[in-house]
Design a protein around this ligand. Structure first.
Ligand code: C5J
Length: 224
């Protein structure tokens, strides 16, 4: 069974029972004019992880691991968007409003789509989610159970919001989770670093963390 050097200790996983979960790599979070920038953020730290995420997905597909993308987006009527979420931030152009990338965070709009370099490919799964955690109000748990997935390699944006929330939800449901730390990013690099520390603290209270190179070394020993 592949075992990779991780924190707080080695992480063993069977690729046949492992999914790579790529969180919310959407134009609304990574591109100028999207929800992230409308909230006042600099999107460049998120754009910087795209090449590493491409490598992660290529590795996963080559090893026969399930790839799963999440997408934070609401239905056009915002029936799945709590008024509290829409109101948060007091934005002049917020969720559901017409913005530079179409209606903000609405399914089917340009901003809700994945960045071109990380579009889902045949065989990948896509989970649309209305919340920050990918298990909230979705069929994700049932889908993973049906495929016999027990281990999750988690990546995407943002580390302290949707990535961390999803990893905590998964941990509570019994999944063995590893954050691929250089395939995740925050608008606030200090938040990213702090989250990595808190996930692996106390003996891995939420799970493991390792860089992509450690995963590559475990799966492609010649690259080590
Ligand atoms: C946020 C996310 N930050 N994908 N969403 O609203 O982290």
């Amino acid at each position: 069974m592949p075992t990779l050097a991780a924190r707080p200790y080695a992480y063993a996983f069977d690729p046949a029972h492992t999914a790579v979960v790529l969180i919310d790599m959407q134009r609304d979070f990574l591109e100028p004019g999207g929800f992230g920038e409308l909230l006042g953020n600099d999107v460049r730290p998120l754009q910087a992880i795209v090449p590493a995420c491409q490598r992660l997905l290529a590795l996963a597909r080559a090893q026969g691991m399930q790839v799963l993308h999440t997408q934070e987006a609401h239905d056009p009527l915002l029936a799945d968007c709590p008024p509290s979420k829409k109101a948060r931030g007091g934005l002049a152009c917020g969720i559901g409003d017409p913005g530079p990338l179409g209606r903000v965070l609405v399914a089917g709009e340009p901003g809700a789509d994945f960045v071109p370099a990380l579009k889902p490919q045949p065989g990948d799964l896509v989970i649309r989610k209305p919340g920050k955690g990918a298990f909230h109000a979705t069929g994700l748990d049932a889908i993973l159970h049906a495929r016999g997935i027990t281990h999750l390699l988690i990546a995407g944006v943002t580390t302290e919001v949707c990535v961390q929330t999803t990893m905590r939800e998964a941990n509570d449901r019994g999944y063995e989770c590893l954050l691929v730390e250089d395939c995740a990013a925050s608008y606030f690099p200090a938040f990213h670093a702090a989250v990595v520390e808190m996930l692996v603290a106390q003996g891995g209270i939420v799970g493991w963390a390792a860089p992509l190179a450690a995963l590559e070394a475990a799966l492609l020993p010649a690259s080590a």
